[in-house]
Every structure is written in structure tokens, then in C-alpha cells.
Design a protein around this ligand. Structure first.
Ligand SMILES: [Ca+2]
Length: 496
């Protein structure tokens, strides 16, 4: 008779302990019940207020930076939307996954790839994709609880839209080819319209994320919010253009670095394709200022959308239980070297903004550690109490989030293919060293060495300077020890 009440008391105590633990984990937020919110930003240079830049207005991102760690030396794996996003989402280098072009979706290269959304979905999270997350909205569709359809509207001015419509109709009437009609259908590189934020896709994406946070506030979620700006065209509401004076924008020196191989550059066809852009030659100072103005306005417009989503996260009381990652898919050249856009191995294209705000970790601090975008997946795995999948090439940045003074990688790796030659490039914290390797013969065709001690712009390729021979030998040895060119795409399809 004595045993029953004792047993009963023990059960009661266990229930009480369980209740206490679940309540305290709700309050303190144990590692495995954290939500994840990731902002994917298209073509954003690490030039924001929180990066010490005073000519860009980014109050909302700066506020996010105050609640986390700003990474001063973060690098993408390839300066191209598709492969960069896939390397981040799979945690695999482009030369491991085999995705080095814009046309291959992750799930075509690796049908059972362990992607970030799949990883979280399999762990019971609700997974949401709003806006431009993967380059292809049809990629990895099975990993999402909800996937917002692609938004294709680029302009808001009725005259611009009508002009495009008229030119396309005219082209069809003349029986022009699809490619010729596509060129006619291109709009201008810039637009300033006096419209609401959600007249353009970024505003609609923010609205969708806000609505979803309200709806799913009581569920554990993994939410990806991808803003298309500041990608071309720089078409954003007028009030964001009004934040800047045209004259404040400086025109960079339009000179290529001395001794740089021509293969390192592009003809920046992406920009030239827009209506009214010169088909060859350098841009005038006037046009350079207009485009730089448009880029800055686009950053501020995107920043306002980040602010809306963050405000809702706060309003719903989710801020202390949500890990927030803000990253850009690659850098961009705004007239430096007389060039524009991405698609190269230059420092300006390889460097990206990265902010991680994780509850219980460092706040308002900076890290000078070299990190790669393939490190985001392992970081989110360990921060949420999960194991790092075997398929991941990266490492968890959790030690940096605990102590931002910690060192991490000896160098960050970036690559860009040019036909039979691939450029493998590394930044060791000061120098950018690149080898262009002819794949069939493994012969090094060109080398580049730039000093980025004080700036992301460097005007001399020092690769043939005897003064740096031993430095080059050491960097080359490190690069070649990775056997990058021998690496066959592994087609890893292991489950976690
Ligand atoms: Ca991009």
C-alpha cells in the first residue's frame, strides 16, 4: 500500500520536471527549438552602414547587425547567382556538386541532395521560400512546405511597360526570332516610379513573409526570404532615389589592373543588354553616376523590406527564438576598372556581406575571420542542435559566434570557369591569388596576385614581381594541395 503513493509521487515529479523543462526551454530557447530566418540578397556588395560605409543608407540592416556578428571577410564560392546559392544551400563547393553554371538546378545535378530546407523539413520544421531563394524556383521544390511562385514584373511605370509590350508586338509582327524579340523586350537599367513598395517584387515578397510570420508564429519554421534588389534593373520607388544626391557618387578610375590577363574580365553583357546602354566601350561619368545612384536606391529599398520582416518578427515575439542570417550571393563591380556586374574572380565580385544574429551568441561585434558561404549550412545545423550532414564541405562558424576574435580558415576559396580554363582564387586575409588552370593539361595559364590590404580595388597584378616569388610559391602550394582541378563532382546523395 505504501508503494502506490510513492510511485504516484514519482510520476507527478517527473511530469512537473518535464513541464518545467519545456517551459524553461520556451523561455530561454533551447538550441533545437530555434526558428531560422535567412535573407538572400541579390548582387549586394558589402557596402552598408554596418560595414562602415557612409554613402549607403541601410538603417534596418544596421539594426540587425547590432544584434549579431558582422563578418568583414566573407566570400562566395562563385560570383554567379545559381552556383553561389546552390553552394550555400547544399554546403558544397561548386567543384564538388558540379554546379558551376546558371542553368543547372541542384536537384538535377544531385537528385537526393541534402539541402538546407530538406534538412530542416526532415527535422519537423515548416519550410518557406519567398522570393528569389534558389536561382531556379523549380529547384528542390519537394523541400518546401510553401513555395512562393516567381515574380516576373520588373517595372512599374506604365509607359515603360507599354513600350516593352509594343516593341515585342512589333517584333512578332515582323517575324523576328525569339532571341531578337527577347532583346526588344528588355527595359531600361533604371526606373524611378512614384509607387508603393509592393508595386515591385521586393515589396510583395516582404508582405508575403510578414503574413507568413503572423500565420505560423506558433510553429517552428525555417524561412528563406530572397530579395531581388539590388540586382539590375535598378527599378525602385522614387522615394529611395530621393535619399541620395546624384553628385555624391564618385566615378572610379576606369583602368584595368596593370598586368591582369584579359580572361579575368568580362564584357559585362548583363548591363549592356538593357535598353539605352552602350553595346561596347566605357560608360560616361554621367551614366556611371546614374547607375551608382540607382544601385544605392535599390539597396535602400531592399533595406526597408528587411526592416518590415524584422519588425514583424519582433511584433510576434519571435526575435529571441529565431536565428537570423543575412547574406549576399556575390559582389558586384560599380565601374571599378572600367567594368560592371559580376562573373569574375576579382575581390569585388568574391566578397559578400554576411551577418548572423543568433540568440545567446555575440551581439554588435565584428569578425575578421575568413569565412565561406558553404559554412552557413554547418553553422545552422549546430546552432539548432543538429548534426552536420556528411555531404557538407564547410565548417560551423559557431566558435566565431561565441568569440568573434577567433580565427577560422587560412584562406577563402572562390572559382570561376571560362570554357576549358577555370580560375581558382583565394584570399588569405590580405592577398588575392588566382591561378587559371587549363583543365585538360592541368597547365597554369595565368596567375594573378593583388594586394587588398587597404582596399577591395587593386591596380597592379604582382604575379610576375620577383619580390613576391616566395609568397606566390606558398599560395600556389596551398591552392594545389586542394587538388581542385582533379576533383570530380562527387554527386553526393547521402541522407544526413
Ligand atoms: Ca546574384
Amino acid at each position: 500500500m505504501k508503494q502506490a503513493p510513492k510511485h504516484f509521487t514519482r510520476i507527478l515529479r517527473l511530469i512537473a520536471t518535464a513541464l518545467f523543462l519545456s517551459a524553461s526551454s520556451l523561455i530561454a530557447g533551447s538550441s533545437n527549438d530555434k526558428n531560422v530566418l535567412i535573407f538572400f540578397i541579390d548582387d549586394l556588395r558589402p557596402e552598408l552602414g554596418c560595414y562602415g560605409v557612409d554613402y549607403i543608407k541601410s538603417p534596418n540592416i544596421d539594426r540587425l547587425a547590432d544584434s549579431g556578428v558582422v563578418f568583414d571577410r566573407a566570400y562566395c564560392q562563385q560570383a554567379l547567382c545559381g552556383p553561389s546559392r546552390i553552394s550555400m544551400m547544399s554546403g558544397m563547393y561548386p567543384h564538388t556538386s558540379g554546379v558551376m553554371d546558371l542553368w543547372t538546378p541542384l536537384t538535377k545535378a544531385i537528385p537526393n541532395a541534402m539541402s538546407l530546407p530538406r534538412y530542416f523539413k526532415e527535422r519537423g520544421y515548416k519550410t518557406f521560400s519567398y522570393g528569389k531563394v534558389y536561382h531556379h524556383t523549380r529547384d528542390d521544390t519537394g523541400s518546401w512546405t510553401e513555395l512562393m511562385p516567381k515574380l516576373t514584373v520588373k517595372y512599374a511605370n506604365p509607359a515603360t511597360l507599354q513600350g516593352i509590350k509594343d516593341r515585342v508586338a512589333e517584333g512578332e509582327k515582323k517575324g523576328l526570332s525569339i532571341d531578337e524579340i527577347r532583346i526588344l523586350g528588355k527595359g531600361p537599367a533604371v526606373e524611378s516610379a512614384d509607387v508603393a513598395d509592393n508595386a515591385y517584387p521586393d515589396g510583395q515578397i516582404a508582405d508575403k513573409a510578414v503574413e507568413s510570420l503572423r500565420k505560423h508564429k506558433n510553429e517552428r519554421f525555417f524561412m528563406c526570404v530572397g530579395f531581388p534588389k539590388p540586382h539590375l534593373p535598378f527599378a525602385v520607388p522614387k522615394r529611395y532615389w530621393d535619399l541620395y544626391e546624384r553628385d555624391q557618387f564618385e566615378v572610379p578610375k576606369k583602368v584595368r589592373p596593370e598586368g591582369a590577363p584579359s580572361l579575368a574580365f568580362t564584357v559585362w553583357g548583363e548591363l549592356r543588354g538593357y535598353r539605352g546602354m552602350p553595346k561596347d566601350g566605357l560608360l560616361t561619368d554621367k551614366l556611371t553616376r546614374e547607375l551608382k545612384h540607382g544601385y544605392a536606391a535599390s539597396v535602400s529599398y531592399m533595406d526597408a523590406q528587411v526592416g518590415k520582416v524584422m519588425a514583424e518578427l519582433n511584433r510576434q515575439g519571435l526575435r529571441d527564438n529565431t536565428i537570423v542570417v543575412f547574406w549576399g550571393d556575390h559582389g558586384w563591380k560599380l565601374g571599378e576598372y572600367g567594368t560592371w556586374c559580376k562573373h569574375t574572380n576579382f575581390e569585388l565580385d568574391a566578397e559578400v556581406p554576411l551577418i548572423i544574429s543568433a540568440p545567446g551568441f555575440a551581439k554588435g561585434e565584428r569578425s575578421g575571420a575568413l569565412v565561406e558561404m558553404i559554412d552557413i549550412f554547418p553553422t545552422l545545423a549546430t546552432l539548432t542542435g543538429g548534426a552536420i550532414p556528411e555531404s557538407c564541405d564547410g565548417m560551423s562558424m559557431e566558435p566565431i559566434l561565441k568569440d568573434p576574435s577567433k580565427e577560422f580558415r587560412p584562406y577563402a576559396l572562390t572559382m570561376y570557369p571560362r570554357g576549358s580554363v577555370t580560375g581558382f582564387s583565394m584570399n588569405d586575409g590580405r592577398w588575392r591569388y588566382t591561378e587559371w588552370i587549363h583543365k585538360p593539361t592541368k597547365e597554369i595559364k595565368w596567375r594573378e596576385l593583388y594586394d587588398h590590404k587597404d582596399s577591395s580595388v587593386s591596380h597592379i597584378n604582382e604575379a610576375s614581381n620577383p619580390e613576391y616569388a616566395s609568397l606566390i610559391a606558398s599560395l600556389s602550394e596551398q591552392l594545389n594541395s586542394r587538388k581542385l582541378i582533379e576533383t570530380k563532382p562527387l554527386r553526393k546523395d547521402k541522407k544526413k
